[in-house]
Write a protein that binds this ligand. Structure first.
Ligand SMILES: [Zn+2]
Length: 181
């Protein structure tokens, strides 16, 4: 059976793909990857040194990424989707406006903004970088300060696509059911 390992590239020699490498196995299941000629490898305990290949390191990274992405996506609900869509359409915005436009209680909007930021689908935008924001209602550029602005991240954008792919699958399945009936 193959044990689940986490690989970390050592800071001392920061090995690059293709270079000769060696792994040092730690108690917690982490393998620190060094260049074979790294000086600090000489001081490590021999019985913990492992042969490692770049292909197994890359395979492990891929698995971890996919799992993390899927499990965070499953934590999202329909309101999260609406909020992500809002930011996709209007760009950066703050909770009060999002709450008004989506007709959500403000507290709830704060909670969702916080949650989406913690999961990585939105990011906070530094206030000093913002000078003007387009007023959605009047189409004028007005100055805003003292708000926490949020903006969609590439991850949030992928979630929108995942949501829409999921919805499409469901509606085409429904059509299929009707046709059969
Ligand atoms: Zn090293």
């Amino acid at each position: 059976m193959h044990q689940e390992l986490t690989y970390k590239l050592a800071q001392c020699c920061s090995p690059k793909a293709g270079e000769d490498i060696i792994g040092y196995f730690k108690e917690d299941g982490t393998v620190t990857v060094h260049r074979s000629d790294c000086a600090s490898v000489q001081q490590l305990r021999l019985e913990r040194l492992l042969e490692v290949t770049w292909s197994e390191i890359h395979a492990a990274e891929k698995t971890t990424d996919i799992e993390t992405e899927d499990s965070t996506f499953n934590k999202l609900d329909d309101v999260d989707y609406l909020i992500l869509k809002h930011h996709q359409e209007y760009g950066l915005d703050y909770s009060i406006v999002v709450s008004e436009m989506l007709g959500l209680p403000l507290e709830e909007t704060y909670d969702h903004h916080r949650k989406l930021r913690e999961l990585g689908g939105l990011k906070r935008v530094e206030k000093r970088m913002i000078q003007y924001r387009k007023n959605i209602v009047k189409g004028k550029w007005i100055k805003h300060r003292n708000h926490t602005y949020y903006e969609l991240t590439p991850k949030g954008d992928r979630w929108i696509h995942s949501f829409e792919a999921k919805t499409e699958t469901v509606s085409s399945q429904n059509k299929g059911v009707k046709r059969d009936a």
